[in-house]
Design a protein around this ligand. Structure first.
Ligand code: KG4
Ligand code: ZN
Length: 345
């Protein structure tokens, strides 16, 4: 079964054709990072307008790269929730129109489900159930228990900021470009991770909190520079030297990864039946996290291909394939709505 997956929930316009949830026949991703790195974050209206310009050429290219025509496509899958309202609208309205025009079954897919199913793409081994999924993206930080395909139980979630958001905000304080994840990782390579002691939030059970960690970095920078806490955070970067930036990057990255893996160890001890762990979402591209996660004992660990950790259409098509396998029926293309916020079901 060949599924066209369409993704426009944030700042990537993406389309991909995937066969049987696994084999990627094409994968086209147009990123808006170059536009937003100058601003230090995504501007929703600009993102929506860029999607509008890119969406049809991206879908055309995904069919061309796969050497397929519309006749070869069995279904269309599209991200309809959660994400930026205007961005979701462009992908969803395009998918609805194409489904009606070409008479194809249409499946609306939850974005976090797609990130999780990036682990079934082009893999040698397959994750086995029951499993724990750690979703770490720009908008979410969650641990989920999956007893089988397309069955999700949220067992831990963040009370405030998401982990990716925290990387982005700390990068802004340090004067590193958006998105913060890759730029902090790069800078951290030259830094001393033990230089600054940053606190672990005291959150009960399997939940997270990252806004305190961001503030802790802010206070530590002010203290290091001998500036008062009233000093504007946007000006601190002008006083930091390269070594200080690298040391803060390394100390922050290490603390953030330790927090994630501590909670994951706790989740594992509470769910001894778990056979695999899958990491999902943009932050799962982090090389240090991939290395440190090897220390988790007793389960098989899966990461998506680094190029499939961020937003793409292939993961949408893969998630859709497993929904169809689980008996999910197509939606009415005249009725699908977008939802900027929603929990995975
Ligand atoms: O999954 P994603 O592409 O979009 C959302 O669904 O939010 O995640 C984007 C997030 C950004 O916050 C970005 O800074 C972070 O993923 N990210 C990373 C890395 N690459 C991207 N965080 C840490 N290390 C990385 N290498
Ligand atoms: Zn995402």
């Amino acid at each position: 079964m060949k599924i066209l997956g369409i993704e426009t929930s944030c700042d990537e316009t993406a389309a991909s054709v995937v066969e049987d949830g696994k084999r990627i026949l094409s994968n086209v991703v147009i990123s808006q990072i170059d536009i937003f790195s100058a601003y230090g974050g995504v501007i929703p209206e600009v993102a929506a307008r860029s999607h509008l310009e890119a969406i049809l050429p991206v879908i055309d290219k995904s069919l061309k790269d796969a050497k397929l025509s519309w006749d070869d496509i069995d279904a269309i899958a599209v991200t309809h929730t959660p994400g930026l309202l205007g961005s979701l609208l462009i992908g969803t309205l395009t998918a609805r129109t194409l489904a009606i025009l070409h008479n194809k079954p249409l499946y609306p897919v939850h974005h976090l489900k797609s990130h999780i199913y990036a682990n079934w793409l082009e893999t040698k081994g397959k994750p086995t159930f029951p499993l724990l999924a750690m979703v770490i993206s720009g908008g979410h930080t969650q641990i989920l228990y999956m007893k089988e395909h397309n069955h999700f139980e949220i067992i831990g979630t963040t009370h405030d900021d998401a982990i990716g958001e925290c990387f982005d905000k700390v990068a802004k304080i340090l004067g590193l470009p958006y998105p913060g994840g890759p730029s902090i990782s790069k800078s951290a390579k030259l830094g001393d991770e033990k230089k600054y002691k940053l606190p672990h939030p005291k959150v009960e059970n399997l939940d997270f909190s990252f806004s305190g960690l961001k503030t802790a970095v802010l206070r530590a920078v002010q203290k290091e520079l001998g500036l008062p806490i009233s000093h504007p955070s946007h000006d601190l970067k002008n006083h930091l030297n390269d070594q200080q930036i690298a040391d803060f990057s390394a100390s922050f990255e290490k603390t953030a990864i330790d927090i994630l893996l501590e909670k994951l160890s706790l989740a594992l001890s509470e769910h001894p039946d778990v056979k695999s762990i899958v990491f999902a979402g943009g932050v799962s591209a982090n090389q240090k996290l991939r290395k440190e996660a090897e220390k988790l004992k007793g389960t098989d660990i899966f990461f998506p291909e680094p190029s499939l950790s961020g937003d793409n259409g292939a993961m949408v098509a893969s998630a859709c394939f497993y929904e169809i396998e689980s008996g999910v029926k197509p939606a009415d293309p005249y009725k699908i709505n977008i939802l900027p916020r929603s929990e995975i079901k």
